[in-house]
Design a protein around this ligand. Sequence first.
Ligand SMILES: C[S@@+](CC[C@H](N)C(=O)[O-])C[C@H]1O[C@@H](n2cnc3c(N)ncnc32)[C@H](O)[C@@H]1O
Length: 248
Amino acid sequence: MNFMKPDAEDVTNPPAFRPWSKISSPSANLSQTSWDLKQSEQIQALKEKYWLDKGHTPIPRELFKNHPKIWLEIGAGTGGFFLELAKRNPDSHLVAIERCKIRSSRMIQKFVKSQLPNIQGFRGNAIPALITGIPSESIERIYILYPCPWPKNAHRKNRWYLHTVMAHLVRILKPGGLLIWASDQEFYIREATFVSESKYQLKTLLSSTLAPNAFNNLADFIHGRTSFESKFLSMNQPCYELISQKSI
Ligand SMILES: C[S@@+](CC[C@H](N)C(=O)[O-])C[C@H]1O[C@@H](n2cnc3c(N)ncnc32)[C@H](O)[C@@H]1O
């Protein structure tokens, strides 16, 4: 397996699990992120109103009813990871959201063909779905794997953790639920860690370079869990992850 970070410590003694390990990178601009977090509640409310007024296909609320273990993937691509996860976890109910027409139709075809009773795909925009469609404290795990990092400073408001939906990601998690992120961009994981802790009081279980651990299922997917992860791993591109927990 080649789950990277080519520094001496990792190569000689790869850690299976590094709780509370923090990425330190001088490149992340956390003072600017702090400033972003001070935006008024009024601005957040206006942003929500924009999304509510825009019109969208509502996500069926039945997807989130009466199941104790619901796992949600945002931006699931063609759904390969969640399909495999559903096979391995028959007691969990998995819901994948993907906005792109081509990727989501491939995802839904795969799910239907599998005939698995515990997985469902939704083609649509995750933003209004998160704002209006998903009940509070209904989700056990949320996966956001390789989201667009919006690296340009002017576009940073689109990063999921700075977006108005971040409060909803936290709202829909059950107490003790997990928010699981992965990215090839170290700054993204570092900022997401900072925001999750400082604004949303999430507990960081792990914020580190990507390696198999008790939470991320990587051990079962040696070539990568998703298409983007497989691509990055095959190129020896370092990847990073954050696993946050909502307080119980
Ligand atoms: C970089 S791709 C990663 C796909 C997959 N998670 C992977 O790792 O291979 C990001 C995905 O998120 C989807 N996406 C972006 N914004 C979205 C939104 N608002 N709602 C639903 N899907 C979205 C994109 O269409 C794209 O498929």
